[in-house]
Structures are given as structure tokens and as C-alpha cells.
Ligand binder design. Sequence first.
Ligand SMILES: Nc1ncnc2c1ncn2[C@@H]1O[C@H](COP(=O)(O)OP(=O)(O)OP(=O)(O)O)[C@@H](O)[C@H]1O
Ligand SMILES: [Mg+2]
Length: 385
Amino acid sequence: MVTAAAPTVPPTKQGAAPFLQIKRVVKQFDEVFAVDDVSLDISQGEIFALLGSSGCGKSTLLRMLAGFEVPTSGQILLAGKDIVGLAPYQRPINMMFQSYALFPHLSVWDNIAFGLRRDQLSKGEIEARVGQMLDLVQLKAYAKRKPHQLSGGQQQRVALARSLAKRPQLLLLDEPLGALDAKLRERTQLELVDIIEQVGVTCVMVTHDQEEAMVMATRIGVMSEGKILQIGKPSDIYETPNCRFVADFIGSVNLFKGTVEVDEPDHVVIASSECRHYVSHGITGTSGMTVHVAVRPEKMTIQTSQPADEERESLEQVGYNLAQGVIKGLAYLGSLTTYHVQLDGGNTVVKVTHTNAARHDASHLTWGDRVYVWWCGSDVVVLTG
Ligand SMILES: Nc1ncnc2c1ncn2[C@@H]1O[C@H](COP(=O)(O)OP(=O)(O)OP(=O)(O)O)[C@@H](O)[C@H]1O
Ligand SMILES: [Mg+2]
């Protein structure tokens, strides 16, 4: 999982109203609530990602921001002004579509100039702005080419330049990198963030790719069935998901169903069929409740023996969980190996990832080995939703 490149949230001006406010917005198509009571505040300069699987309502929400759909109810405020009644061209907003179709018969230069000509800007102004945009996306040498003479990544940058040329206050990107292959996608994600930050434009993007959201966005809103389930920085969403859907959707997770047996202010004990889970933080009012214990595969350690004395001492200080099982499968992925371990005392198979830091690091573990798996009580998230 790549998280290091995620830009930081710019500090909001003290007392300043959020730049974009989405208030209780609903969009109903016949019986379908494509967007179902969504409220969201976005600060100036943020790159906000709407993340969710196909059909969850991401594009519909974006299209309402752009003015291509009218909300069934709710308000959308930009810099404090309600924009719901405004036509798309009256909004200081530009949208780059899911397929960013450039005009095939126009050169790069003319593609970028297209919207500016339509707005009847002066010739000098158009030349200056197109020049600036070509500099920004580093395609000056390609100005005379037609789109089919460019690579996918270059076409994508032309589309971005075209969207930014009109200097929108809000840039909307719908699956901006959907047409690119994996390698190019990764590089273009960083280029895109760089360009957006240079211009300083506020951006709402839509993606179904969690890694893309984590690399590009200052904050993420996870959507499912028209609703936003959680909003937070990439690290918050990953480390402290607020429900099973989010935990499962972002990255990989092991979930244990259990009952809260001990509910103290500083720790909780949850009994599941595989083990008693020690959680080293309190969760008030959960005594006797059925909950899910979530542990990320990389937070678990796997070995053929128990933790050595020294390690056990430090583990005991924070509180830890130990289970035994048998390796039922493994996936070697180069930088890491994922082990599938069937735990004793139930049918639960957990995934444990091991970073292959040394060359022949984990090669001694294989199918059928009996192993110990342990994880710290501080790395556990208890999900009540
Ligand atoms: N114009 C429309 N008329 C009727 N139903 C629609 C319309 N547009 C979208 N929907 C429905 O609303 C729901 C949300 O669609 P939307 O396009 O917003 O999803 P999405 O999250 O962008 O999905 P994807 O990742 O596949 O692009 C879907 O059930 C879709 O069928
Ligand atoms: Mg869509």
C-alpha cells in the first residue's frame, strides 16, 4: 500500500467557512437513491477523493457539483453561495470526465484553447494561457500534435490542461486515470497531484481504486449505496475504519466475530472461537455486545515458535494476542508474502503478510507448517457497525 506521497490537508483559515459545502443532498432516479443524504465540507486547496465500488453514486454526486444533474433535495454551496440553480457554464467549475475524450481532429494547442475561444477571450489572452498550461503539463514540444500521436499519459495531461485553462475554482475529476495501465497510472497520479497543487485549485475526484485515492487525496470519503460511510485522511481511514465495510474495502483485513467479556476503561477483552482478544484501549458501553475485531495482515507476526523471551516481555507490556494454526496457502509477491493460516478452534483462516526484507527471509515457512501468529492489543480495531 502506498501512503507516503499523500499530500497534507492545507490548514483552513480560522473561522473561514468551508469552500464547498454539500448539505443533505439526495438524488433519486425512480426507485433508486443514487445519492442518499450526503453532507460533506471541503476546504480550499484540498484534493478530496470519493471512493467506492461501481454504482455507489460517485459520478452522480460529482455531476450534481458540476450542474449536469439537479439534486432531488439538499443544498450545494460554493464559497458560501448556493449553486444548485446555476447552469454548468455559470459555475466556476470544470469537470474532466470518466473518458476524457479529446477532440481527435484538433491539435494539443487547439484542444487546450477550445474552451477559451468559446468564452471569447482575446487572442493574446488565449495564447498566454495555452502557453502557461503547456508549461504546466510539460507538453510544449507536443503542441502541434494530434491526440492519437500522444501516449495515454500525455493525452491525460492535455485533458487536465484543457480543464485548468479556464481557471476553475473547483476541478472535478471522474476516474481521471481509468484509461491508463498500472505502471503509467502510478506515475501519473503523482504528476497530477503536483500540477493540481501548483495551480492551487480545489479538487474533488472520483475513483474506485483505493490505492489511487490514498496516493492522491488529502481526505477520502468512502461511499456505499449512495451514502458516505466515513470521511478522513488516508491514514485515518486505513488505521481506524469505523465499520466492517470500510475496513474490508480499504486494504485487506482479518475480521473475528466475538462477544465483549471485559469492558474496562483502559482495555477490552473479546471472546471469539479462535482466541480471547486483548484490546489495549477502552470502548465504553460495549459489555456483552457482539462486535467484530479487525486486524490488518501486516500487523500480525508469523513464526514456527512462540515469541522469544525478550520479545515476549515487550509484547506483554502493551498486551498481545497469540494464536496457533496451520499454513493452508501462501502467495509470494516479491516484496512480501501473504500466508493463509487456519487457526485452531474454528474455521477461521487469517491472512498474515510478511515483508521479505532479506533475500531468503521467509522461505523456510511453507504449506502444512504449524505456526504461531501474534499481534499487539494496540493494533486491533473493534467494530460495532
Ligand atoms: N440517469 C440515470 N438514470 C437512472 N439511474 C441512474 C442514472 N445515473 C445513474 N443511475 C444509477 O444511480 C446509481 C449510481 O450511479 P453512478 O454512476 O453515480 O455510480 P458510480 O459510483 O459512478 O459507478 P462507476 O464506478 O461504475 O462509475 C446506479 O445504480 C446507476 O444505475
Ligand atoms: Mg462513475
